[in-house]
Design a protein around this ligand. Sequence first.
Ligand code: MN
Length: 247
Amino acid sequence: MRPIIGITSDYNGGDRPEFGGKIPTCFLRDRYVHAIEATGGIPMILPPLEAPSKSARPILERIDGLLLTGSGPDIDPKAYGERQRFRFKVIDPKRFSLERELIRHALKRAMPILGICGGMQTLNVAAGGTLYQDIRKQMPKAMQHQRGGKPAHLISVKRGTLLSKVLKQDQLQVNSAHHQGVKQVAPGYVVNAEAPDGVIEGIEAIDYPFVLGVQWHPEFLNADDQSTTLFKAFLKIAARYRHQMKC
Ligand code: MN
């Protein structure tokens, strides 16, 4: 059975002309949907909701894994106890509150979670971690991390981590399309990958079968094996999770 993967999506309440103009619109880059379908899963888009506390658990009962996606806007720094220090758009509260609720309940049932880019940052903040609000301003020696979907920089994968077991590589070239990054890693999580400038490129929860975030964008499925390998590993654990829950 192919596992069903819930994919979080974005919301324009009418203030993002590039996505539906002034009409409230739910939306998601197709590459996330495509990556799940192409690597053997069934994608199911989860729209931001008015009352996530009522819906998060019923949603989780119907999916086998959770994919937290990236976004143009950033997490409101209030979520990690900071004021906003630089100019950037923040994620609609409808989206963030659903994601936080889904993460909380998904962790309780040890459901596999993959967080990509902003989705990894959401995973970290939801568990009590913090972010660099702007890498260039707060880490002046960092390299350029806003380089779109093409391979952009090297990362080192920490041996002994889940990511290392999945990718079986110590170093790899990844794409990079982010201006924020993980600062303090949340309790219960460890860093599994870093760029040469020290920017955190991956985190994972300890003591879970698969709760993992990457700062890069494997969903582009660039002409490399590691993106497909990562999705296939996620889907394999999701299929196993499904089987265990049904038994
Ligand atoms: Mn990067």
